[in-house]
Each structure stands twice: as structure tokens, then as C-alpha cells.
Design a protein around this ligand. Structure first.
Ligand code: 8YV
Length: 332
């Protein structure tokens, strides 16, 4: 029997493609001479899509929105390589009876490591110190004294799995922790702030670790940045759209906050020139989960989700909007 088609609308890692190739015919329209024809060819019978944030290819970004899903009448599963799935309209998927899966847990500790490394790099100016050493400046002068992590309070915007793992690292480093989110969490002793600006007033580090998408667009704006104050440090390892990029650039330029460490941007992989021109920020190319072992684990979970679903055993890690087994009114 022919292998079923699975559509990969954006370039994703080779090991994911290899993992799927055993059981599926992986269709990559971005490689076809005529991408539209390649899609039209498979559209009537297509049941599976595998997608993710295309971290490598400029200009190849494909939100899986309502209109896109509507092109595939038999679409049953959209499997995302990544815990964040703001690239997929999961509510629209739910309304069409399509299951969406993501890759939670396997990247939690890795991403928390990256977040904390970024925080240390920003506060102690480690990349700047490296540049200073390589430039042969050390024999001529001492590297300027940096800010310190001592005595700081870290406010976590979004205390999910990754937020909690970052908070535990913060405690081990002697930081005070607070958190903001939609709800106060049971069994969590760290102080909860329903209001982000109020939390920013009580903090000097803002750690952004909440899902992206329309609900959190520009959540961290000028008011929160001003509340953080001139010693304030913003670290964003979640999604670029959560922090108002223009407001952040203005606050950094006017020294209303001290610095920022960013792994994510509004229009990846393009980074605003204004940020690139600043020496007091640390800019990473969306590498939160980007280690060999973790990317292999993420790809493995994608393959396991698709394989399990395809053999009728259901998805392993469906997202909240498309629970499994399906509830009757899950579109609501
Ligand atoms: C990856 C991520 O960049 O999991 C996420 O939400 O942003 C990262 O792990 C991406 O998903 C790789 O496709």
C-alpha cells in the first residue's frame, strides 16, 4: 500500500523529515518547481500536516490558518514541532474537527537553561566582555563594571512549564520571584500579580515566558517597561509579538530600562536595525530549544504523535483547544 501523504509547508529539520519518511510520503512544496501544483495534487486526500516555526529560512513562513486548512477537506491532524503553536489557528482547527499537537515537556529544561543563560549574559555583559577580550582591549584598560544579579526580583510573565523551570533556576541564584498570568496558581508560593504593570513595579527583571498569539500581542508595553525602571532588564524567550518592539527599542534608547536579552522577534529572522546597533542588548537567533538532543526529542515526539494518530490510537500531546478524546462542544 502507498504511504499516506504528510504535508510539510515550511522547511523543518532533516531528522524530522527522516523520522516521518518511514511511514509517510513527506510533501515539501517549498522545494517543488510549482508549489501550488504540488499542493493541489495532494489537497483532496490530505489528512496530515507537520509544521513548526521555520527558524532557518527567510521568507518561508506559513501560518496554518482557517483559509489554509479549508484547502484540505480531509485534514485531520496538524502536528507542530514546538511547544508554542501561535503559527496555527487552533480554535479554527477545533471548529473543523482537526486535532493539533505540540511538543511540550521535552524542551522545558533546555529552554529554561537558555533563558537563564541569556539573563546572566545580559546582566554581566558576558558577550560584550568576550568581544572586548578578542579586540585586544584588555591590556589597555579594564572592562567596565557591570550590573549585578544580586538583590534582584524576577517577575515571570507566564508561569507555565518553562516559566516554572526558569523560576527554580532564579531561586537557586538567590533571586526573589513573582509571577503574572491569567490566574493565580494553586500550590505556588511565589507572589502573584494579576496586573503586569504592578508586577513590573515590584521587579527589576521581567522574564517573558507566555504563549504568543493575538491574546498576548504587545502585552509588555511602554507602561510595563517604565514601571520596571532604569535598572530593569527584559528577557524574552517566548514570542517576539508579546513585547511591543517599538516601545522596547525606545525604552532602551532612552535608557528608561537598563538592557534586554532577546531570543525572539516580531518578524523572524529579521531583527530590527535599531536593536542590532545597540551594544547593551544581547540578541540570540531563536535558539531556546536548539540543542542536538532536544531537537531530536522534539522531532521524535512529532513523529510519535503523527504515527499514533494515523494508526487510530489518538494523539499523544494534543493542545488544549483540541482535547482528545474530542468533547462534544470543543469548538466553544
Ligand atoms: C523552536 C519554539 O524554535 O517550541 C517552541 O515554541 O519556539 C522552539 O522550540 C521551534 O518551534 C522549532 O520549530
Amino acid at each position: 500500500m502507498d504511504k499516506p501523504d504528510i504535508l510539510m509547508p515550511v522547511p523543518l529539520p532533516a531528522h524530522l523529515r527522516d523520522g516521518l519518511a518511514g511511514g509517510f510520503n513527506v510533501v515539501c512544496p517549498f522545494e517543488a518547481a510549482d508549489p501550488d501544483a504540488a499542493l493541489a495534487n495532494i489537497a483532496p486526500g490530505l489528512r496530515f500536516i507537520v509544521t513548526g516555526v521555520p527558524v532557518i529560512a527567510e521568507g518561508v513562513s506559513r501560518p496554518i490558518d482557517q483559509a489554509y486548512m479549508a484547502r484540505f477537506p480531509k485534514l485531520a491532524l496538524v502536528a507542530n514541532m514546538g511547544v508554542g503553536y501561535d503559527n496555527i489557528d487552533a480554535k479554527a482547527a477545533a471548529a473543523r474537527g482537526i486535532v493539533v499537537t505540540n511538543t511540550p515537556d521535552v524542551l522545558t529544561e533546555e529552554t529554561a537553561d537558555a533563558a537563564f543563560g541569556l539573563l546572566l549574559a545580559v546582566v554581566r555583559q558576558l558577550p560584550q566582555a568576550d568581544r572586548f577580550t578578542r579586540a585586544g582591549e584588555w591590556p589597555k584598560r579594564a572592562f567596565p563594571l557591570s550590573a549585578s544579579l544580586r538583590g534582584r526580583t524576577m517577575g515571570i510573565v507566564g508561569l507555565g512549564r518553562i516559566g516554572k523551570a526558569i523560576a527554580l533556576r532564579g531561586e537557586a541564584f538567590g533571586l526573589k520571584i513573582a509571577y503574572n498570568g491569567r490566574h493565580e496558581q494553586k500550590g505556588v508560593a511565589w507572589p502573584f500579580f494579576a496586573d503586569l504593570v504592578e508586577m513590573a513595579k515590584a521587579c527589576d527583571i521581567l522574564m517573558v515566558s507566555t504563549p504568543g498569539g493575538a491574546e498576548t500581542r504587545n502585552l509588555v508595553g511602554a507602561a510595563a517597561l517604565d514601571a520596571l525602571g532604569p535598572d530593569g532588564v527584559v528577557v524574552n524567550i517566548a514570542r517576539g509579538g508579546i513585547v511591543d518592539e517599538d516601545a522596547l527599542i525606545a525604552a532602551l534608547r532612552d535608557k528608561r530600562i537598563l538592557s534586554a536579552g532577546l531570543d525572539v522577534y516580531l518578524d523572524e529572522p529579521r531583527v530590527p536595525e535599531a536593536l542590532l546597533a545597540m551594544d547593551h542588548v544581547v540578541l540570540l537567533p531563536h535558539v531556546g530549544s536548539a540543542t542536538g538532543p532536544t531537537r531530536v526529542a522534539m522531532a521524535g515526539l512529532v513523529v510519535d504523535n503523527v504515527a499514533s494518530f494515523a494508526r487510530g490510537a489518538g494523539p499523544l500531546t494534543p493542545v488544549a483547544e483540541t482535547p482528545w478524546p474530542p468533547t462534544q462542544n470543543r469548538a466553544n
